[in-house]
Design a protein around this ligand. Sequence first.
Ligand code: 26W
Length: 810
Amino acid sequence: MAETYRKDQIAQLILGKLQRNFGRTAEQATTRHMCKACAMVLRDIMNANNIATDRLVQLGQQRQVHYLSMEFLMGRSLEKNAFNLGVLKPMKEAIRFLGFDPGEVFEAEPDAGLGNGGLGRLAACYLEAMTTLEIPATGYSICYELGIFKQKIVDGQQVELADNWLDVGDSWLISKPDEVEEIKFGGHIVDHWEGNVNRPEHVGYTSVLAVPRDMVIAGYNTEHTNVLRLWDAKSPTPVDMSLYSSGEYLKAVEQQAMAEVIAKVLYPDDNHYEGKSLRLRQQYFFVSATIQSITRKHRAQYGTLRNFHQKHVIQINDTHPALVVPELMRILLDEEGYDWDEAWSIVRQTVAYTNHTVLAEALERWPQDLFATLLPRIWDIVREIARRYQEELENHFGQGDGRVARMAIIWDGEVRMANLCIAACYAVNGVSALHSEILKHDVFADAYRLEPDKFKNVTNGIDHRRWLAEANPRLHALVCECLGDEGYLLHADKLRELEKFADDASVLERLGKIKAENKAEFAKYIETESGILLNTDAMFDVQVKRLHEYKRQLLNVLHIIYLYLHMKEDPHFDFQPRVFLFGAKAAPGYAVAKRIISLINSVATTVNNDPACKDRLQVAFLENYRVSLAEKLMPASELSEQISLAGKEASGTGNMKFMMNGALTIGTLDGANVEMHEQVGDDNIFIFGLTARGVSKLRETGYYASDYYMNDPDLKWIMKLLNDGFADGQNYNDLVRRLISGDGCPADEYMLLADFESYKVAHQRVSETYRDAKKWNRMSLINIARSNVFSADRSVRDYADIIWDLPYRK
Ligand code: 26W
């Protein structure tokens, strides 16, 4: 790092920001003013670095990554950027010097919640890692005015509130109105023939302007910066004054509202697709703006797009940005005048696709009428891509072959985005070893047989600087002490050396002490926020993630009810005291998920008020689970629940955050749990349940949930309580029906009852192990040491080696 700052310099810079932007002195400023002023100070430092980075990248004519994602779940940036820039210490001192508490100033920053869950948070971790590894990279998304909703629990039910993050979040953004792009919707295409060459003209369209709002990203211990470009939607005609003056006020603002609604709100559905026109508009909006912006800069530098694929790789985060394919084709064909084959060859060498889910209901398929009406030129191009691809498939497999139907891009009146990606991208990757195998042999089996080399794996990873060093300062200090320096921040593999201390009683004891302190700190936070008093003497057993049936929060609840019933019946029931913590947002339209939240709260009310459970069993639903809450919770967690039905969770990344913070995992052999298990071995993880293969076999032979129910007295007892109802008067016979008789769909689709017994036994192993603190802490240390594999730096290096073919900082 070339330049460092002293406390008094930073204090001066902050005072300047307070004065110029808010007209206040430090004495007159609020904590929010302070938070914004600090952000502005860091933004200036990063901007200077960014200008230098830009110049270097351009001079070096380096190949760049463009990471397109509908979601970037960035969370907070103030402490993170200060940490990466190496100014955290002087900035905290400066804040204190100006009469504020640094912790309170950091807490005043709202999360940038521009994402739903795993896919969005992954994009944020990768942006940080690419920057730290000095890879020239840009992230692109939408500048949603409202991020993921804020969740309140009222009478046990989820209530959604608007998340207005921009108020403070604004301080990180720089608008670049001179780099605006025009996006065209609707209208129709008129063909003009010049000899044999078609020059299509788009007429009668409606324009929306895309204005970039750039967020500069700081890497750790480097002056290299990258940018997250968030596109804001603006109407080209602010208000139609002629309508306005003739008294038609509403009509006058209508057009403006129509344009600006595109960037209003993030769709809160995770893993569930709905063919909404606004969503398609959002996708084309940010994709077209991005491609126009990249090609414009490229043309300015090289004077041609013929070498485009040599200088750029476009990584698409699931199929949501798949329209890059026809949009880049459009520019190469219509604006550059290249012929189809040349354009197609450039596209096919530029775009790579990452798949993040195997759930059928998450696959995007757009109704072709909607597509054709909204994006007439793009529709023409997709139709031609589909026609050629289908011809190729028919030549290869023969007409009428089932594989042609399965692999077709347009079929049955729908455009299938995953098949478009498979046809057009030069690489397709899954996000864990198991997931990539499932893609090859199941979901995309036909395509794999056709082009096996295209399919790759890059196992997910997390930003260990945020999720260990920043989130868990006590553990960070211990790690540095053991390893002798902070080197692991840049070289996560050094974490492995912690294993030398696996039998060092004093280190293990300190590990236990750190966990206890983190638990106490978390409990204090929860008490002030919600009045809930957590029992810190009990094991913190945690399941936090989006609420989805496949993730099986309900399995966890069934087990808690089992414990509760036995504890009530038998006061001597041998049981290791536990606090079960849940955090989860349900998609607003996902009724079953909301019922499960309600159930967790009913169980909490019942258990927490029953004297039989006092000091032994507690259940808490943590409201509004989000990045900044996860940062407080991970360091305080002891048991991590990763209990999805095998074959359903593509990877999981929460599992890695827990592991890195020394929690032990109870989990199925699903997603990246498989690789965690491989790293730590049977002795350091609690694996239970069906394997992915076991699940397929059981489905083939026929799965009858009611058999498990009939043969297990505990399950009968649990279902009876669900039917009879809880202390709050609520009953859940709808959920019982879903598990046992099906309620219109297959009973117990996610096989909770099949895994119940083995889950119960695994939990008994957990309890026995926990009683031996030394053994537990040893396991915890081994998990931390071997979490190096799950650092985002490793994942990004894998992308660079396997898919992007790019150099990076060693
Ligand atoms: C179209 C609606 C929609 C929205 C989001 C469909 C699918 C998604 C995402 C792909 C869902 C998602 O976040 N998947 C998660 O991605 C993580 C990062 O790779 C994985 O760790 C999780 O296992 C996976 O569920």
